[in-house]
Design a binder for this molecule. Structure first.
Ligand SMILES: Cc1cc2nc3c(=O)[nH]c(=O)nc-3n(C[C@H](O)[C@H](O)[C@H](O)COP(=O)(O)OP(=O)(O)OC[C@H]3O[C@@H](n4cnc5c(N)ncnc54)[C@H](O)[C@@H]3O)c2cc1C
Length: 285
């Protein structure tokens, strides 16, 4: 029988939340869309659940000239619906808009979308592509971690059990364009077979690529940063042959497995095809 001794705490500030998590086997709860399934199937049996839904300082989107800050308890639906996010960070906007279904997006939070660390999740590639960082707090420390370094393995992050993601910070870079595109062979609401987040930053001439990022989900134990493929774009004007070559290079970075969303070979093909299409989206076509 599942333990009935789980405490349920509802802090109203970050300070209270950090106090509350300081108990062995305590967990944070955001929207609960992942945690509820793990709890129901008894994969987790927390001693205490710390629900963050009443911590208002963790909610909302703040935009300045140099950065976008999104609180960890901001819902995925709110991110998808924000017109400024769509303008400044179209890749993130697209990723948030395709997760699951409307009910999942209404409940799921940014913090949960990052900390759950399922390698098929859509938001991490879109955020890594735009150099996002997670702000992290515990009772004894505050730190910022690049999302490129946030994932430690399948369902694993670099977070300590008492660490809270408070917000995500994304620098605004002029001349950068980002996109996210995924492929789902079953229903639209399913996790992707492969998803690709990319960004291209252009030099002052508006044509030469000065920085590039390509990140894939669904084809490895963590979001895959295809550095060599991205490097092949830098210094070029991203013409057709360059895009094709960069897309082909992602094959060497990924580690797909056979599963119900496709064989490893199929996922490899789709990774190349969707990388090419995602890069074209960055170019506006
Ligand atoms: C039917 C269904 C379909 C889905 N389809 C997709 C899909 O297509 N694409 C996709 O990407 N995802 C999909 N998901 C997964 C969904 O995106 C995640 O479940 C969701 O993002 C998790 O957010 P949450 O707020 O519900 O997290 P929770 O379930 O509340 O928490 C998840 C984990 O994150 C931790 N956590 C939560 N907030 C914080 C915080 N602020 N700091 C530190 N740790 C924290 C929790 O302790 C827990 O370990 C689907 C889920 C369901 C149920």
């Amino acid at each position: 029988m599942q333990s009935t001794d789980t405490e349920f705490l509802i802090p109203t500030s970050v300070g209270e939340a950090l106090q509350a998590i300081a108990k062995e086997d305590a967990i944070f709860l955001g929207g609960g869309t992942s945690t509820a399934l793990l709890y129901k199937t008894r994969l987790i049996e927390p001693s205490r659940v710390v629900w963050l839904g009443n911590v208002n300082e963790l909610k909302g989107i703040r935009i300045s000239a140099s950065e976008v800050r999104i609180g960890a308890m901001t819902s995925v639906a709110e991110i998808a619906a924000d017109s400024e996010i769509a303008r400044l960070l179209p890749g993130l906007s697209s990723a948030a808009g395709v997760i699951g279904n409307a009910r999942v997006r209404a409940m799921a939070t940014l913090g949960g979308a990052l900390a759950h660390a399922d390698p098929r999740q859509d938001i991490p590639p879109a955020l890594i592509a735009v150099d996002a960082k997670a702000s992290i707090r515990s009772l004894s420390s505050t730190r910022e971690v690049s999302l490129a370094e946030f994932y430690a393995g399948f369902l694993e992050t670099v977070l300590d059990p008492d660490e809270l993601v408070t917000e995500v910070v994304i620098p605004i870079t002029s001349n950068r364009r980002s996109a996210y595109l995924r492929y789902t062979p079953t229903s639209e609401g399913d996790y992707p077979t492969v998803g690709v987040g990319s960004s291209l930053t252009f030099a002052d001439d508006g044509k030469t690529v000065s920085a590039a990022k390509i990140i894939l989900c669904g084809v490895g134990a963590v979001p895959i940063i295809a550095a060599q493929a991205a490097q092949a774009l830098i210094g070029t004007t991203a013409d057709e042959s360059v895009l094709r070559n960069a897309a082909a290079l992602v094959r060497g970075a990924i580690d797909p497995q056979d599963d119900e969303r496709g064989t490893a070979d199929y996922k490899t093909e789709m990774s190349e095809v969707f990388t090419y299409r995602c890069l074209r989206l960055c170019l506006g076509n």
